[in-house]
Write a protein that binds this ligand. Structure first.
Ligand SMILES: NC(=O)c1ccc[n+]([C@@H]2O[C@H](COP(=O)([O-])OP(=O)(O)OC[C@H]3O[C@@H](n4cnc5c(N)ncnc54)[C@H](OP(=O)(O)O)[C@@H]3O)[C@@H](O)[C@H]2O)c1
Length: 306
């Protein structure tokens, strides 16, 4: 298969590109800095420059003749949400996706499938299970960004492209992401449940994010929203305890919501409230999770076996 990937230099993208190569697929990456992308992903990679995804269409020649596109680029969410950061979080996704679809419209022959990253931030916060049929939240920053981001991706369907929007949860990966933030505290013995700990963490191991992206690329019956979270959701307290066990460190020091708000501002709300996301579509389609259980997934993500 010939696959074009945006955001390929990020946490998910690097793992995806490695697996596409391993299964013999031909990869073209689109990056704001093609030279740097080659350095990160290996000199042999085909890298096309897409200098400003917010302002210009994706280069059609890097998309034409490819079988599929995986669109991952986006300004990182894990930062303090200043007004400028919020603008970049929104525009990189919404305008970036609109400009990808403009590139697809000009690509001849056109790829048959677009797997366009999305997120669980669209779901109501709380303990109620949310599968793909749950009503999206409206009027909140992140949920509105995700809805607009998916809306732009779905426009590719009007071009005859099969569109899948994987609503990905909190990714457990050896580098970066949620664990990157939590590990230093837990290793120092000062980690613990956050904001009471009863809220759900819609976790998923990086291996399953990659597995699900490939599954969505390959399976003709995958289309629309697909939740990419583990089939065994855990509460924040369960995750803290499991991480404490994996690291051989107690995880008993509670982190108050206020402390989180002081550090992360509005972004903290996501962690404080949580969502109980259920991967119904993946289960219906017969996807086999590689790391469905929390503790082995944490062992693998922290390099402690599993
Ligand atoms: N990691 C998670 O827990 C998680 C969970 C759910 C959803 N997601 C979503 O999945 C996607 C990939 O996640 P990730 O963790 O792999 O992201 P990442 O490591 O932050 O990488 C994203 C890539 O996007 C490009 N990028 C970054 N900022 C940008 C900006 N302001 N404008 C245009 N391009 C920009 C960069 O590629 P170049 O520099 O090469 O252009 C970067 O390597 C993101 O959209 C993210 O929101 C992630």
């Amino acid at each position: 298969m010939r696959v074009a990937v945006t955001g390929a230099t990020g946490t998910i993208g690097r793992a995806l590109v490695a697996e596409l190569h391993a299964r013999g697929d031909e990869v073209t990456v689109l990056s704001r800095d093609a030279e740097r992308a080659r350095e990160i992903l290996g000199g042999a990679i085909e890298a096309a420059p897409w200098g400003d995804p917010k302002a210009e269409p994706a280069p059609a020649e890097a998309l034409a003749g490819r079988d599929g596109v995986v669109h991952l680029l986006g300004e990182p969410l894990a930062q303090r949400w200043s007004d400028a950061a919020k603008r970049e979080i929104r525009d990189s996704r919404v305008l970036g996706t609109a400009n990808l679809v403009r590139g697809l419209a000009a690509a001849e022959p056109r790829p048959g499938v677009l797997v366009s990253q999305s997120g669980e931030g669209i779901y109501p916060r709380g303990r109620e299970p949310a599968d793909e049929s749950a009503d999206p939240v409206r009027g909140e920053f992140l949920a509105d960004v995700v809805a607009a981001w998916e809306g732009e991706a779905m426009k590719a369907a009007e071009l005859g492209v099969r569109v899948v929007t994987p609503r990905t949860g909190v990714v457990l990966s050896p580098r970066g992401g949620a664990l990157g933030t939590m590990l230093p505290f837990f290793k120092a013995g000062v980690g613990g449940p956050v904001a009471g700990g009863d809220q759900y963490v819609p976790w998923v191991h990086l291996d399953d994010v990659v597995g699900a992206l490939l599954f969505c690329l390959d399976r003709n019956d995958a289309r629309g929203a697909v939740n990419v979270t583990a089939p065994n959701p855990a509460t924040n307290r369960e995750l803290s305890k499991a991480l404490g066990r994996v690291l051989g460190r107690p995880a008993v020091l509670p982190v108050p919501a206020l402390a989180l708000r002081l550090v992360y501002g509005e972004m903290a709300q996501m962690v404080i409230t949580g969502a109980n996301v259920v991967p119904r579509r993946l289960t219906e389609l017969g996807y086999r999770f590689r790391r469905p259980e929390l503790e082995p997934a944490l062992r693998a993500a922290t390099g402690r076996g599993g």
